[in-house]
Write a protein that binds this ligand. Sequence first.
Ligand SMILES: [Zn+2]
Length: 260
Amino acid sequence: MLRHLRSNRNAAALVRGIFNFYGDTVHFTEDASLPKSDYQLDYDSDPPVWRQAVVRLQLGTAHVRESLAHELLHLDTFRRRFPTYRGIEANEGLKPYKDDLIRLVTELRNLVDHEIIQSDFLALGYSEKLFARFAPPAVDYEKEAKKVEASGPNPVNFSVWCLEYSKNWNTSRLCGYPQAAEWAESVRHWGSRVHPDLPAVIAGMHQWLEKGEFRDPTTFIAAFGDLLQLMRLPRVVGWFALEARLAKPPVIWLLDESEG
Ligand SMILES: [Zn+2]
């Protein structure tokens, strides 16, 4: 797996850092039949016990090295003491939408991670165009707005528009695709037909990004909480960080939510 990065001298420090931190609890698989590249953290929740980190690399693409570096940079955020969470706290009314909410929060966390790691990716010498997948929106926002207008928005619909905006906007800035900014604009335009307050919240999301408090592991929890609130997503709970131990795999370090 790591042979893909052998030609990149800059990536050596990244690879070494990952192995020093995760030891033999980091595992790799690679296959052309994988639908995409990704990573996963495995741990027991209660009591919290660290198991492993897994990177799955899709072969047969034009960006195998870049995809591997991208996933390693995600893992590296935990070495850098960025925390993660074990679940979401959905109130009674949102329970039927729990799966949707988990998916939205997971996607959002991934986008925030991308804000953090994109500059490291560029520092490895890779092109921004290959930082993340570039795909046109899966839905036509005009049609979607009309559909929602006709049926009435469900309780998670506002958050869905916010996330669509983030995805496109993130792609336009971090991957250098101006076209994605037009898609973001389309989200703002059509989404505000259903949710007139969407443009104000989007403005808040821009301010949030500018403030940049999510870039510091010690203020990440509070900052991520602010973003969830802005996008009307539920709180996440069970924050933890991975703590390095000399020549041993990391351990789970539970964090007080208020600690930030
Ligand atoms: Zn990613």
